[in-house]
Design a protein around this ligand. Structure first.
Ligand SMILES: Cc1ncc(COP(=O)(O)O)c(C=O)c1O
Length: 434
């Protein structure tokens, strides 16, 4: 079919609440490693997609899935080595005491289960979330995702959900230069906890990413999660780390995002990169929490933990190690960030360059002092980068943050190309300092 026909059928048969990227939508027909190809054979450098973590269509993953698919794919009510070996391997990657696994099919399923575990274990209902966070597409998760319930079509927070401000050192109340910013932002959680106590309520959970994605690649100030977790635990609540975006070595310095904040969560939810595009996700928790959930009501998940998805999960972990992808995230990420910071010195419209490893953000502002968001320019840059053969995303509360989160096989030549194209576009659309 030509592109027009595909678009027509999509409009006819696919629910209209699903959007398409770009003014002129892309029809992507093939992918390999960090590259995507459209129907005419045009090649794009994929700098926006963290799901194909080890590269689009990685041969090892494809071969593994195919081989297992030819032998057996069934549910977890039979013994199978793949399930237990994969759970063991995932738990080996986690710090003590996170040693019990549930394997599910999507980040949303993982977060929904994380909530159920928290509700059952604490016997409380209330949840604290960070403003503008997104945790998934199920009803339970729209309720704890300000990105959705405060966005278009949203109906606000339900009474049991409490928002705290984004701990944003660039735009928030406490800036990067404030060495106490982490503790100060965390004390806003304390205020919520005090309010709950005054109303005779306890807390079930505090859920947060370790670097925020939809909120605009927000790196928390030092010690934010450490203090936050301390306050939450003092009231009997539990701490959920949503690692759906940032886990599996993307940070470069650490395998998990929460490790960059020196904390150990009570529950970790995993998704996106875990299966390199295959529907796979997981929850890892402490034995006591898992035991409290074993209250007579079975947790069965038809596809979760099947032999094929566990084989895929194992292959992804192998490739991250064999190909040194976490190290590549560290070195290539630092190289790219440094180049972007050099651009920042030249183009006043770049207000902030932030992120860790290969999870970076560029915040664009039309006034450096007032931090006026340059949303229109951000959208123009996304379109122009696409014309130049590079795919990036934009997000944040003001839609003025360029998001960079490529497959971890992204290399220094890719980084050079990215920066040279971005510079050319900035030169055309704005004025440089010199
Ligand atoms: C932080 C975070 N958590 C959870 C999810 C939900 O994952 P899924 O779309 O696989 O259900 C997403 C998806 O974008 C996410 O960004």
């Amino acid at each position: 079919m030509n592109k027009k026909q595909t678009l027509q059928l999509r409009k006819q048969y696919i629910g209209p609440s699903l959007s398409l990227s770009y003014q002129e939508p892309l029809k992507i027909v093939r992918g390999f490693m960090q590259y995507l190809y459209d129907e005419k054979g045009k090649k794009y450098l994929d700098a926006r997609n963290n799901v194909p973590h080890i590269g689009h269509c990685h041969p090892k993953v494809n071969k593994t899935a195919h081989q297992q698919m030819c032998v057996l794919n069934t549910n977890t009510r039979y013994l199978h080595d793949n399930l237990v070996l994969y759970a063991q391997r995932l738990c080996d990657k986690m710090p003590e005491p996170l040693k019990v696994c549930y394997i599910v099919n999507s980040g949303s399923e993982a977060n929904d289960l994380a909530l159920r575990l928290a509700w059952t274990y604490t016997k409380e209902k209330d949840v604290i979330v960070v403003d503008h966070a997104y945790h998934g597409n199920l009803s339970s998760l729209i309720h704890i995702s300000p990105y959705k319930f405060d966005g278009k079509g949203g109906t606000g927070a339900p009474p049991y959900v409490h928002k705290v401000p984004i701990p944003d050192g660039y735009r928030g109340k406490f800036k990067y230069r404030n060495s106490q910013a982490g503790q100060k932002y965390a004390s806003q959680i304390k205020d919520v906890l005090r309010g709950l106590k005054n109303n005779g309520k306890g807390l079930a959970a505090f859920i947060s990413e370790s670097i925020m994605g939809c909120a605009g690649q927000i790196v928390f100030p030092e010690n934010y999660l450490m203090h936050a977790y301390q306050y939450v635990r003092e009231t009997g609540g539990i701490c959920i780390a949503d690692e759906v975006q940032v886990g599996f070595g993307r940070m470069g310095s650490h395998f998990w995002g929460f490790e960059t904040q020196n904390v150990v969560p009570d529950i970790v939810s995993l998704g996106k990169p875990i299966g390199n595009g295959f529907p796979l996700a997981a929850v890892v928790t402490r034995p006591e929490i898992a035991h409290s959930f074993d209250n007579g009501m079975e947790y069965f998940n038809t596809f979760g933990g099947n032999p094929v998805s566990c084989a895929v999960g194992l292959a992804v972990l192998d490739v991250i190690e064999e190909e040194g992808l976490m190290e590549n995230a560290r070195t290539t990420g630092a190289y790219l960030k440094d180049k972007l910071e050099q651009l920042q010195n030249k183009y006043p419209v770049i207000g902030d360059v932030r992120g860790k490893g290969l999870f970076l953000g560029i915040e664009l502002v039309s006034d450096q002092r007032k931090l006026t968001p340059a949303a229109k320019l951000t959208a123009q840059i996304v379109e122009k980068m696409k014309e130049e053969g590079i795919l990036i995303g934009a997000d944040g509360p003001f839609q003025n943050v360029l998001k960079i989160k490529p497959p971890l096989v992204f290399n220094k030549d890719n980084a050079d190309l990215f920066v040279s194209k971005l510079e050319k576009i900035l030169e055309d659309l704005t004025n440089s300092v010199d």
